[in-house]
Every structure is written in structure tokens, then in C-alpha cells.
Design a protein around this ligand. Structure first.
Ligand code: GLN
Length: 308
């Protein structure tokens, strides 16, 4: 088995690196096992190759952002979403309290300000908080090709310390980017971040993006192709926050990280890749995950700017 052997060897090489820290600002995440390590590749025809802890559940966190963005674009159309959330890299931390001058729009949908706004734009126009959470859970499940559930403990733990996201939401409300109760939107966004996934699920979700929005297992067209192009473009330019420039030049794969330690990459027409290792670098990206992606990109020539 060439691929599993290669993946197991790659894990063995990054395993000794125990640098970085667990996300301490969400107490429940600080209790995670820092040694967990897994990688999965899902091809656009639905084959999964993996090594390590690929069936251990953890919360999706910010990896939900590109998928929720896809759902909002599909549900509301491009114009209403772009009117509220830009597509420019911010060069700032994921939880920075900053909005575009003049419009008050968040810079992009991958930072918290943008993702909180995007959450408010999911579901049909006029959807209430509970309907939006249901739409997001259904949508994330369709991307994964199986029914996903939420981790109520992680959700409650984050909500009890969500002062920064609440501050961001209140700022958005003051600029009329949010037009409803800021607390209810943060609650829904936090639920979205608390959805439990495995490394295998994340690889399949990334493969759905790589496969023009069609889940390789179920055959369902989860979002239109035009939406996928938009989402992958924003992942490439903004998915790794203030490390996006380094990532795009070094790795060159549309990607998204989460503070529970997940990391996905999606290569159009080819594969979805996911890694899981909870220790994070100062940007909030998984230390071993970034190393693994650097290696995969150079070993297999996966950089999107390289001629295959
Ligand atoms: N729920 C987390 C937050 O809003 C997600 C952040 C992340 O994964 N980078 O702070």
C-alpha cells in the first residue's frame, strides 16, 4: 500500500515536533490530547487513504467558515453576501477587531468578523437563529456525506468566554452589517464552530470542494460550481489568516485551519486533504499540519501555480 505507507512515514517525521500550544482561550479545547495526529486524502472519486487518528472526533471550528460561506452564497446569491463581506486578505489575526474603513464591512469571510456576518446570511432570507443553525448543520453534513452532530460542551465552554466575538458582533451591529441581535448571531456562529468532525470527514468535505461541489460519496451537488470557485479563491488568499502569504507561496493549496487542530486543503479536480494535530503556531494554525502540507506540496507537486 504505497499511499498509506507514505502517509504513515510523513506522520512519523512530524511526530517529534511538540512545539506550539493548545487553544487556551476555549477551556474545553485546552483539555484536548495534544499528541493526536492524523492525515487523510480523499480523491474526487471517493477513495480515502489515511494514517493515524483519522476517526477521532474534534470540533470543526474555523474550518466551518468556507463551507458556511458557500451555503450563504448558494442561499442568498452573490450580491447580498458581497455587499456585507469583502474578499480582501486582512493580514491580521483571525479574531482582530477591525472592519474596512467607510463601509464597516469585514475584510473577508475567513476572519471571525466576516464569518459571524456570513453565519447571519445562511438559510433563506428571513430565517431565524434556530433555522440558520439547522441549515448550517444540514449543509456541513451534506459536504461530509454523513450526518454530523454538535459538541455541546465545547460550545458552552466557548460561549462562556465569547467576549471578543461578542465585541466584534456589536461593532458589526453598530455599522448595520448585522441587523439583528448580536448575541444570537454569535451563539449561532459558535454552534457552527462546535460541529464534530473527524479527519476523514474533513478530507471528504475538502474533496467535495475539489469535485465542483459534488460530494464524491453521495453524488449530491451541495453548492453550485460558481460558488466553489469563489470559496476556493478566498481560501487561497485568506484561509491561513496572517500567514496566508507564506502559505500561498510555500504550499499553494486553497486551505483552511481551525483552532481545534484541523487543517484542510482542496485541489480542484484532484483531492481533498485533511490533517489533525492540536498544537498551534502563533497564527492559530496547526504546527504539524502546516509541516505536513509543506511536505505533501513539495513531494507531490501540488502547488496550484505549478504545471502538473
Ligand atoms: N470558534 C473559534 C472562534 O471564533 C474559531 C476560531 C478558529 O478556529 N480560528 O474564536
Amino acid at each position: 500500500p504505497i499511499i498509506p505507507d507514505y502517509l504513515a512515514e510523513a506522520l512519523g517525521d512530524v511526530e517529534p515536533d511538540n512545539s506550539g500550544d493548545l487553544a487556551a482561550y476555549i477551556p474545553e479545547l485546552a483539555a484536548a490530547d495534544p499528541e493526536r495526529l492524523g492525515v487523510a486524502f480523499a480523491t474526487v472519486d471517493g477513495q480515502v487513504h489515511g494514517a493515524g487518528d483519522i476517526d477521532v472526533p474534534f470540533t470543526i471550528q474555523s474550518i466551518s467558515k468556507p463551507f458556511a460561506y458557500a451555503l450563504a452564497l448558494a442561499d442568498r446569491g452573490f450580491a447580498p453576501v458581497l455587499a456585507k463581506v469583502g474578499v480582501e486578505p486582512s493580514g491580521e489575526a483571525f479574531n482582530e477587531i477591525s472592519l474596512e474603513g467607510g463601509t464597516g464591512r469585514p475584510f473577508n469571510p475567513m476572519i471571525n468578523a466576516g464569518a459571524i456576518t456570513v453565519h447571519s446570511l445562511t438559510g433563506a432570507e428571513g430565517s431565524g437563529p434556530a433555522e440558520r443553525v439547522e441549515r448550517v448543520l444540514d449543509g456541513l453534513s451534506a459536504f461530509a456525506g454523513r450526518r454530523l452532530v454538535m459538541d455541546e460542551e465545547v460550545c458552552a465552554s466557548e460561549m462562556a468566554h465569547a467576549h471578543r466575538n461578542l465585541a466584534i458582533a456589536h461593532m458589526l451591529r453598530s455599522h448595520d452589517v448585522l441587523t439583528e441581535d448580536a448575541g444570537a448571531v454569535v451563539d449561532g456562529y459558535t454552534r457552527q464552530c462546535s460541529v464534530l468532525v473527524t479527519t476523514r470527514d474533513l478530507a471528504m468535505m475538502a474533496a467535495t470542494l475539489a469535485n465542483r461541489g459534488v460530494n464524491p460519496l453521495s453524488g449530491e451537488q451541495v453548492v453550485p460550481e460558481r460558488v466553489v470557485r469563489q470559496v476556493l479563491s478566498v481560501m487561497l488568499s485568506c484561509g491561513m489568516y496572517d500567514a496566508a502569504g507564506d502559505w500561498t507561496t510555500q504550499v499553494g493549496i486553497p486551505a483552511k485551519s481551525g483552532v481545534a487542530g484541523g487543517l484542510i486543503g482542496s485541489l480542484p479536480g484532484r483531492i481533498g486533504i485533511a490533517t489533525f494535530s492540536p498544537r498551534l503556531d502563533p497564527h492559530g494554525n496547526s504546527v504539524r499540519g502546516v509541516s505536513l502540507f509543506e511536505r505533501f506540496s513539495s513531494d507531490m507537486g501540488l502547488h496550484v501555480m505549478e504545471v502538473p
